[in-house]
Design a protein around this ligand. Structure first.
Ligand code: HEM
Length: 219
């Protein structure tokens, strides 16, 4: 019971992160992916990757603003699940939609700017996923922190990718953009300190006992 109380958020995250994939597979098996099943897979895995990426970015601000420490325990898992869905998204595009035809892929990537931007985002996420282990964190020290701050650039590139491909109604990608910008703002030192002061005043004690994240982005 105690273990359950301590790990409830981890359980929710690990169970929840598999739902979009299970749903996709079920829809595929039941032939419920619509007239363009490959496109449906690309769209759904892309969206899942973006949502999980934004959730992983929200963990540290949640601790800063609301003192919700359990969020820090699930940052790395959320980031890795985001990468997992982005990898399925990219693999479906490259191996299924374009059947690994390198000439066609070269054309698609250089003629469709949104694909180039998506590739740039993925190229950032790949080294972050590969260095998300505790061993890499220890080995790379401060460099690890600087490297993992690039996750914000990856998220912004994903949003540009999304804006570019929807063309007309950009409200949804811009809403994600606003969330990422707000999360990034909360990570900035003056904003973080202002939040701490407000929290300290609200709690009637100043300075507030620190609930600062460990000095790393991903757990
Ligand atoms: C080389 C890398 C990538 C390529 C070639 C690519 C390609 C595509 C394609 C073809 C679409 C669907 C366009 C359409 O038919 O309307 C799409 C949509 C999308 N992609 Fe990517 N993508 C890449 C990387 C990424 C990454 C890394 C992410 C997120 C982490 C991502 C998130 C999205 C999102 C959110 C959508 C829109 C989904 C929706 O409209 O519901 N993409 N991408």
């Amino acid at each position: 019971m105690n273990t359950l109380r301590k790990n409830w958020l981890r359980i929710v995250v690990h169970a929840g992160a598999w739902i979009p994939l299970a749903w996709l597979v079920a829809d595929g098996l039941l032939a419920q992916l619509g007239a363009e099943p490959i496109r449906a897979i690309i769209l759904r895995t892309g969206k899942s990757a973006l949502v999980l990426l934004v959730l992983s970015l929200a963990c540290t601000p949640l601790n800063t603003v609301a003192g919700f420490r359990p969020a820090l325990q699930v940052r790395r898992a959320l980031g890795l699940y985001a990468f997992f869905y982005a990898a399925i998204h990219l693999t479906t595009f490259v191996a299924v939609d374009y059947a690994l035809d390198l000439e066609l892929l070269r054309e698609a990537i250089f003629e469709k700017p949104y694909a180039l931007v998506g590739l740039a985002a993925f190229s950032i996420l790949l080294p972050l996923a590969l260095t998300s282990t505790k061993g890499s964190m220890r080995r790379l020290g401060q460099t690890w922190r600087r490297l993992h701050a690039w996750v914000y650039l990856a998220a912004l590139l994903v949003i540009v990718h999304f804006v570019w491909l929807v063309k007309l109604d950009v409200r949804e990608p811009l809403a994600y953009g606003a969330i990422v910008a707000a999360l990034l703002a909360i990570r900035l030192s003056p904003v973080r300190q202002a939040i701490r002061r407000v929290r300290g005043r609200l709690a009637g004690q100043y300075p507030l006992p620190t609930t600062r994240a460990p000095s790393t982005y991903l757990e």
